[in-house]
Write a protein that binds this ligand. Structure first.
Ligand code: CMP
Length: 139
């Protein structure tokens, strides 16, 4: 089915001017960027977005990292977009990511792993609504 998923190009990638190269990976995989904004996340935004990880040991460091520079928040649309985006990204830890994936090719570490993508259609809906109004999404 045609789905939408929330993607974030993280500060390690915007700092290295990788936005275009990462977007080309999405587009080459048949994912259409139907909404996109470059923003500076606040601490409150990072903590709210990653609320499910609040009790994890890496939560504070993750929020520091996600507010360390600009991010590009974007909505990707296409056939099985959630799963397809996760394939294009590769595993969370770049050491475990398959060849040819964004994280294998660009990520610096398990934390500075260049991109975020929703892990289910349910979370995608919640994460898209966190950053975008429906009127901002043009398919
Ligand atoms: P993301 O897909 O954005 O979801 C949670 C983020 O936490 C993850 O990518 C990483 O950037 C970060 N993170 C840092 N340490 C870990 C860890 N040990 N396990 C999972 N995620 C981690």
């Amino acid at each position: 089915a045609i789905e939408r998923t929330l993607s974030i190009i993280k500060p390690d990638a915007t700092r290295r001017n990788l936005t275009g190269k990462i977007n080309a990976r999405f587009e080459d995989a048949g994912l259409k960027i139907v909404g996109q904004r470059r923003i500076q996340m606040t601490r409150a935004m990072a903590e709210a977005f990653y609320d499910v990880h609040r009790e994890r040991s890496f939560f504070g460091s993750l929020c520091d990292f996600m507010t360390s520079g600009p991010v590009v928040v974007q909505v990707l649309e296409g056939e099985d977009a959630v799963a397809k985006n996760r394939q294009v990204m590769g595993a969370t830890n770049p050491a475990n990511a398959d060849e040819g994936t964004i994280r294998r090719d660009f990520a610096e570490s398990i934390e500075a792993n260049s991109v975020h993508g929703s892990d289910s259609p349910e979370n995608a809906a919640r994460e898209i609504a966190f950053f975008f109004a429906e009127i901002d999404l043009v398919g």
